[in-house]
Design a protein around this ligand. Structure first.
Ligand SMILES: *[C@@H]1O[C@H](CO)[C@@H](O)[C@H](O)[C@H]1NC(C)=O
Ligand SMILES: *[C@@H]1O[C@H](CO)[C@@H](O)[C@H](O)[C@H]1NC(C)=O
Ligand SMILES: *[C@@H]1O[C@H](CO)[C@@H](O)[C@H](O)[C@H]1NC(C)=O
Ligand SMILES: *[C@@H]1O[C@H](CO)[C@@H](O)[C@H](O)[C@H]1NC(C)=O
Ligand SMILES: *[C@@H]1O[C@H](CO)[C@@H](O)[C@H](O)[C@H]1NC(C)=O
Length: 525
């Protein structure tokens, strides 16, 4: 059933509204009373619907997926979804990009015809593209950077104006990575390209079960070991990808043929083998890849398969964050198999398994954006909802389908991911291929010359801290700037003082959110 009402929305019309900040808050709790509508309802008239029509959602019984759908003259746009419960109010947070002005109808709908849906405290807030960018900018200033105050003083301790200061980042604290494949082991050009850009790697296929045990009983970790050695030699951290993959299409043929009993012992052996081999050497495991979309192992070994595996992996490698890893949760609102609320319900199911309450769980978002302009409002609001559950969030495989404007869309989704305050790391699904046969986007050609995607990457890396900054101290000897968290080399000299040429390491550390103080560094002879 569905309930609709008419609304008129104008997004991105370019009018200069006062800079309105974005509300990143969300909740996955089931509340006795709905919270107040964000933005006081935005452009929705009568947000409390006191005059009749009751996007706080409640259903008459059970728990039921409810989707927000906007119908325009061009078709239906899925703007958000939740799983609503009876007897309490659930928040449905979503978003859409409107590329045209005109009348539209907003529906909250469910496939289940035997329930009623109630809504209250609805809000729809339009933002211009310019406002959207300014939210990103503000969020980056707050979440990723810190104000830094450099002071130069002379021999007597007096402020030294006109000193020249140059600041070079040597290491970024925010993890940015890419998938790699075995080509990197023996290819120094690939190695140089990679190590000068990334601090994190995920192996495209080489750590997967189908690679390390291609034929049953013959384990071969030589390629994964060589890749891990390369990574360690260059201070590249590695995500463990993956222990199991729940998609039936990607199992070894020998595995698919096993009886449940044989499969169970093969599974136990796999956990023991790969987890103890790489214990303490990774930054997180993708434990049962894509277990919202698929259930190969559950169908053969029982519904609690994933929960049991997470528990076992933690016993062998207790310090690693154990990730769920899924696609379409933030990138495709049309996929009804996964939405942020379903994702959280799955992670809670794993946490509720006996003995699992304190497992260090994490949210992995693959972020393979589909063949369409990315829906950034949906992406952001979905991350907001996921973040309200309190688990660490990583973007694990970001890319964009091959289409016109691919590189431009790639830039848009990378900017949105990097600016979201709750995203703790970004890994791109951009392993290099010698013959241009990349998964969806090649960043460089066979000689490591930039393609359009590589231009985007280098531009963003430069913006996000790799570029060199320089300036001169003011009449009080100060240079004020704002730097990304990370390590820097600061070089200071003065045109008229021969010996005033100093270099110092500076580590910009995240601010205590409540205090927001500047970091201070003083140079004196
Ligand atoms: C939202 O819902 C709550 C609970 O029903 C109500 O108290 C509140 O007044 C509503 N509206 C606003 C604008 O907060
Ligand atoms: C509809 O929802 C009710 C209450 O949750 C549930 O009992 C019923 O099985 C659902 N029907 C369908 C077709 O999903
Ligand atoms: C600083 O530099 C400016 C221009 O280069 C110059 O006019 C000024 O006198 C200098 N001040 C000091 C204190 O050196
Ligand atoms: C790298 O080169 C060595 C020596 O030729 C070879 O034994 C090894 O298999 C190669 N590794 C990969 C991953 O291609
Ligand atoms: C300052 O010292 C560095 C080496 O530490 C040198 O490369 C640079 O040229 C010097 N700069 C000046 C202005 O003397």
């Amino acid at each position: 059933m569905s309930i609709g009402f008419l609304l008129y929305f104008i997004l991105f019309t370019g009018f200069e509204a006062e800079a309105l900040s974005y509300d990143y808050s969300a909740t996955i709790e089931c509340l006795a009373q709905p919270q107040k509508p964000q933005y006081y309802g935005g452009i929705i008239q009568n947000p409390e619907l006191n005059n009749g029509l009751q996007a706080w959602i409640q259903v008459s019984e059970g728990n039921v997926p409810v989707t927000a759908v906007v119908k325009t003259s061009k078709g239906f746009i899925h703007a958000g979804a939740t799983v609503a419960d009876s007897n309490c109010w659930s928040m449905l947070k979503g978003g859409l990009t409107a590329d045209k002005s005109g009348p539209a109808e907003l529906y909250f709908e469910s496939k289940n015809t035997s329930i009623e849906i109630w809504m209250d405290n609805i809000s729809l807030q339009p933002f211009t593209e310019k406002q959207w960018r300014s939210h990103q900018y503000q969020s980056i200033e707050k979440a990723r950077k810190r104000k830094v105050l450099v002071k130069a003083v002379d021999e007597q301790g007096n402020p030294l104006p006109n000193a020249t200061i140059s600041i070079t980042q040597t290491n970024s604290a925010f993890p940015i990575g890419s998938a790699i494949n075995k080509n990197i082991v023996n290819n120094s050009a690939y190695q140089n390209w990679f190590t000068s850009r990334f601090t994190v790697a995920t192996f495209e296929n080489e750590m997967k079960w189908a690679s390390t045990e291609y034929s049953q009983g013959n384990e071969d970790y030589s390629v994964a070991d060589a890749m891990l050695k390369f990574a360690k030699d260059h201070n590249i951290r590695v995500r463990g990808h993956n222990i199991f993959w729940n998609d039936p299409n990607y199992q070894s043929s020998w595995l698919s043929a096993l009886s449940p009993d044989q499969l169970k012992s093969a599974v136990d052996k796999r956990i023991q083998s790969v987890v103890s081999r790489y214990k303490d050497q990774l930054i997180g495991w993708d434990v049962v890849n894509e277990n919202l979309h698929f259930s190969f192992f559950e169908s053969k070994l029982g519904q609690d398969f994933s929960a049991r595996v997470f528990n076992k992996v933690n016993k062998i490698d207790p310090t690693q964050t154990l990730f769920l890893n899924e696609y379409n949760t933030i990138e495709d609102s049309r996929d009804s198999a996964v939405n942020p609320t379903k994702y959280i319900k799955k992670i809670q199911q794993i946490k509720n398994y006996p003995g699992s309450a304190s497992l260090p769980l994490g949210i992995g978002l693959e972020s393979h954006f589909p063949n369409s302009p990315p829906n950034l409002p949906y992406m952001r609001s979905s991350i907001d909802t996921l973040a309200s559950a309190g688990y660490p969030i990583w973007i694990t495989e970001i890319d964009v389908a091959d289409q016109p404007n691919q590189a431009q869309y790639f830039e848009q989704v990378l900017r949105e991911a990097h600016s979201h305050p709750k995203v703790q790391g970004i890994v791109m699904w951009t392993a290099w291929s010698p013959n241009g046969n990349c998964y969806r986007i090649c960043l460089v050609d066979s000689n490591f010359n930039n393609l359009a995607g590589g231009e985007v990457l280098d531009k963003l890396l430069s913006e996000w801290g790799l570029k060199k900054l320089s300036g001169t101290t003011d009449q009080n000897g100060f240079l004020k700037t704002s730097l990304f968290h990370g390590d820097y080399q600061v070089q200071i000299n003065h045109p008229s003082k021969k010996n005033y040429n100093l270099s110092r390491h500076l580590k910009v550390i995240p601010n205590d959110e409540s205090k927001r103080t500047s970091q201070f560094v003083q140079f004196s002879m």
